[in-house]
Design a binder for this molecule. Structure first.
Ligand code: SME
Length: 180
């Protein structure tokens, strides 16, 4: 299989089946690719962003209205700040302080935040006016936040308990798969 085939997701399968394929492809892609941070090439995160993006695009409405999928990682120079990592979608803000926006709040609380309507979330950072809902999942290593997965959608109420469950599994996989 060529690499690009990893991001082919059938349209007629369930969300569970699609995310299961994400986790399987992620494990294969991350194999032997541990040193991403040392060489400042976020290769596992870049491939994970691609998998999430194409997986959600292949799902039924409203999941296929996703408009951003990617990562913010803890800034090694200022550990109370997140910096933009690999992503799919439009240009986004580059730094987010802990406690700010959905990403900074999830990083600070070390807990997933599902936002059904970003317009009702105090402090939401609007990188894109088209975004209406969002999920942010922290990536933890030994109880320390090392980054977050962030997914946005143009439609309200896009992300449910299934998105949460499988993105949390992916966060666990990334925590184990990389030398953070
Ligand atoms: N909305 C996020 C900012 C990042 S963008 O969505 C890519 C937040 O409030 O933290």
């Amino acid at each position: 299989m060529v690499h690009a085939d990893a991001s082919k997701f059938a349209a007629n399968i369930t969300k569970k089946e699609t995310y299961t394929q994400v986790l399987e492809q992620a494990e294969t892609l991350f194999d032997g690719q541990r040193n991403w941070l040392l060489i400042l090439v976020f290769s596992n995160l870049a491939n994970a962003a691609s998998l999430i993006w194409h997986a959600q695009k292949s799902m039924s409405y409203p999941s296929n209205q996703n408009n951003w999928a990617g990562f913010y990682v803890v800034d090694p120079v200022n550990e109370k700040q997140l910096i933009l990592g690999p992503f799919m979608g439009k240009v986004a803000c580059q730094t987010i302080a802990f406690g700010q926006g959905v990403c900074g709040k999830a990083a600070q609380a070390k807990e997933t935040i599902v936002v059904p309507d970003v317009n009702s979330f105090p402090g939401h950072i609007a990188c894109d006016r088209d975004t209406n809902s969002e999920i942010v999942v922290p990536i933890l290593l030994k109880d320390k936040v090392i980054g977050v997965i962030d997914c946005d959608s143009a439609v309200a109420n896009t992300f449910d308990s299934e998105d949460r469950k499988y993105l949390e599994k992916l966060a666990d996989l990334l925590s184990l798969a990389c030398n953070w």
